[in-house]
Structure formats: structure tokens, C-alpha cells
Design a protein around this ligand. Structure first.
Ligand SMILES: Cc1ncc(COP(=O)(O)O)c(C=O)c1O
Length: 366
């Protein structure tokens, strides 16, 4: 390289090198190494995973899988067929992704060109902003009300000729709030494409899918990360109007869902009763856990319809509390954005795990 040539790092797009969109959770392995404790002693309550894990059928089937050397079916034929049966919608309307995260990215690419606007009902799932900004779109934040309900009037005021998409997580992450069907219909009546992200659907049983027959601007996202314990295999899916499903198939990576994920979905859908038994345990534990958290007088506990609980830390600093817990091998998530200033979110774990957290919180005092 001559002295006039630029170093390779200067050739990268500046808007990408500056991008710091998402602060991901630390892995249990990282914490185990840092603290010198076994991985299975780390209490992981930071990423809304399912601590009961997958169906035992998944591991069994994967141990005899002999097609790791073959690319997955680019048409997603069997996968879409299984998902169609599970959802009760035609397979022409289903698109699967490497996690629903990938579908968020693809939907944004399909609808919002750089400089166009996406309405984000904040506080909400951080990946909408991540992919919106990464794709050059402008995120228009419409704050939820004091109870984290969607302000549909404010949404109408926020719409401009550049608005291309609205994202609604239902129940919302990280607040756990469910949106009423009346408010959802108000959003649909704007005529704008609306993504209802039902990552936690199985914990509520409430879905927007039945509205799809009346609203061709509705798209619904789901995932296997939460209810069926497959977060590590990255498999999500969406239900779309047929033309939109076709466009998404056209722009997705042809082999986006790997062969192990396909097997895991197949086995999970054979074991729905077992998995929904775990979902039921989590929902039962959620109310016990919330009751215990409520007894800690420096926490304000928000009601949740999901597999996590958001709390306001009324005394002391949430960031510091998160660090104190991490130093004991307990992983939780804290927030410092405007509507979540000094908030902390706990995934609902197994009762024993939640008890370890409760004890640590009691000892932390304030
Ligand atoms: C609202 C919401 N949507 C999507 C996702 C991502 O799911 P996946 O693991 O399928 O990418 C999450 C994960 O936390 C979430 O909370």
C-alpha cells in the first residue's frame, strides 16, 4: 500500500462504522468465565428465553440427523406446511426466518426506503429501531401513555406522506402490555402496513390473525424462541397477505432457516402439549414472582402478559443493581431510555431461579 492509499478501515461506510444499534445480552459462558463459576450456576433472566428448554424430542431427533451437509429446502415447503397447520392459515401466506428478527429486517427492506418513516410505539422492542436505522429509515417515536398503552390519536398525528410502516409488539416487550383489539383496529384503519409482532403469543392466546381477513394491511410475526425454547436455533415466521409473502420470499436468503431448526420445529409441533405445559408453568410462576417482587418496596412492578416482568427501580440506580446482580451470576436487563429511565426487566425463570433473584434483591436493599 502506498502512503496515499486509504487504510481499509477508512473505506467502510461511515454511517455503518458509527452504528451501535443494539446492546445484546452477555452469554452465560462469558459470565461463568468472569466469575469462575460453572455455567449451570448462572441464573439467566435477561433475554426472555424459556428456561425449561425445548421439547426432549428435539435433542433426540437432532442426534440422529444425517443431512447437515445438505442445504435446507429453499422453498421452505415442509416448514411452511407445518406452520400453516399450526396457525390455521394457508401456507402461501407463511414466510419463515432465522428468528423473527430476520423478518423484521426483511419487512423494513420491503416497505421503507432510506429516508422514509416507520412508526415505533415506544418503549418497545429495540430491534425495530436497530433494523430501521440500519436500513436508513427514520424511526418516528410515538410514546405510549403512562400505562404503556398505545396512543392511537398521537399515531394519527405522527403519520406523514413518508410513513410506510407501523410496528406493534403485542404483548409489548419490555413492558408486557397487551393492546386492545379496538386500538389495534384504529391502527389498521390508518390503511398503513401494520406489523403485529406476537413473539409472546402463546403466553396470552390472543392473536391478530383473525383480523387478517378484514385487513389486507396486517402482517403478524411469531417465533419459536419463547414458547418452545428454541431461541438458539433462530426460527421465526410471519403470516402475510399472499402478495407480500411472495415478495418476502423473493428478497430473503434462500437457505435462511437451517436444517437443524427445521427438525426442531417438526419435533416441537409434535409435542405441543408438553411445551404448552411449560408455558402454563411460566404463566403461573409469573404471578407468584410478581407477588414476591411487589413485596420489595423499592420496586414498582408493572403488570405483564408475557414471560418477563418490568420494574421501576424507585431507589438507587438500575444500572448499578444490574451490575451487582451480574457479579453474583444473575443476569437481568436494565434500561436507561426516556420512558424506561431506571427500569429493570426480569425474565420469568423456573421458581428456584426466580427465588435466587428475589433473595439477592432483598439482600441488595436500598
Ligand atoms: C417483541 C419481540 N419480537 C421479536 C423477538 C425476536 O425473536 P426471535 O428470537 O424469533 O428473533 C423478540 C425477542 O426478544 C421480541 O421480544
Amino acid at each position: 500500500m502506498t502512503k496515499d492509499e486509504k487504510g481499509i478501515e477508512l473505506m467502510a461506510r461511515p454511517e455503518m462504522t458509527r452504528f451501535r444499534g443494539y446492546s445484546a445480552c452477555k452469554s452465560s459462558e462469558t459470565i461463568s468465565q468472569k466469575l469462575g463459576i460453572p455455567v449451570n450456576k448462572v441464573v439467566k433472566l435477561d433475554a426472555n428465553e424459556n428456561n425449561y428448554g425445548p421439547s426432549p424430542k428435539v435433542g433426540k431427533a437432532l442426534s440422529s440427523l444425517d443431512s447437515y451437509h445438505i442445504y435446507p429446502d429453499a422453498a421452505q415447503t415442509e416448514l411452511r406446511d407445518m406452520l400453516a397447520k399450526y396457525v390455521g392459515m394457508p401456507c402461501e401466506q407463511i414466510v419463515a426466518g432465522a428468528g423473527s428478527d430476520q423478518l423484521i429486517d426483511l419487512i423494513i427492506k420491503l416497505f421503507a426506503a432510506p429516508g422514509e418513516e416507520i412508526i415505533n410505539l415506544v418503549p418497545s422492542f429495540a430491534m425495530y429501531r436497530f433494523y430501521g436505522e440500519l436500513n436508513g429509515a427514520t424511526m418516528v417515536e410515538v410514546p405510549r401513555d403512562a400505562d404503556f398503552r398505545v396512543d392511537t390519536i398521537a399515531v394519527k398525528y405522527a403519520i406523514t406522506s413518508k410513513t410506510k410502516l407501523i410496528f406493534l409488539a403485542n404483548p409489548n416487550n419490555p413492558t408486557g402490555t397487551l393492546t386492545s383489539s379496538q386500538n389495534m383496529i384504529s391502527l389498521l384503519e390508518t390503511g398503513l402496513p401494520l406489523v403485529v409482532d406476537e413473539a409472546y403469543y402463546e403466553f396470552t392466546g390472543e392473536s391478530a390473525v383473525p383480523l387478517m381477513k378484514d385487513y389486507p394491511n396486517l402482517m403478524v410475526l411469531r417465533t419459536f424462541s419463547k414458547w418452545s425454547g428454541l431461541a438458539g436455533l433462530r426460527v421465526g415466521y410471519g403470516i402475510f397477505p399472499p402478495a407480500i409473502a411472495n415478495y418476502l420470499h423473493g428478497i430473503r436468503d434462500p437457505y435462511n432457516v437451517n436444517v437443524a431448526a427445521l427438525v426442531a420445529v417438526r419435533e416441537s409441533l409434535k409435542d405441543i402439549d408438553y411445551l404448552m405445559g411449560n408455558v402454563k408453568k411460566i404463566v403461573t410462576e409469573r404471578s407468584r414472582f410478581a407477588d414476591e417482587l411487589t413485596k420489595i418496596n423499592w420496586l414498582k412492578v408493572y403488570p405483564s402478559k408475557s414471560n418477563f416482568i418490568l420494574c421501576d427501580v424507585l431507589e438507587g440506580n438500575a444500572r448499578q443493581l444490574q451490575q451487582e446482580l451480574e457479579d453474583q451470576g444473575i443476569l437481568v436487563r436494565y434500561y436507561s431510555e426516556p420512558r424506561l429511565m431506571n427500569c429493570i426487566r426480569f425474565s420469568v425463570g423456573k421458581p428456584g431461579e426466580d427465588d435466587i433473584l428475589i433473595d439477592a434483591l432483598k439482600k441488595a436493599g436500598r
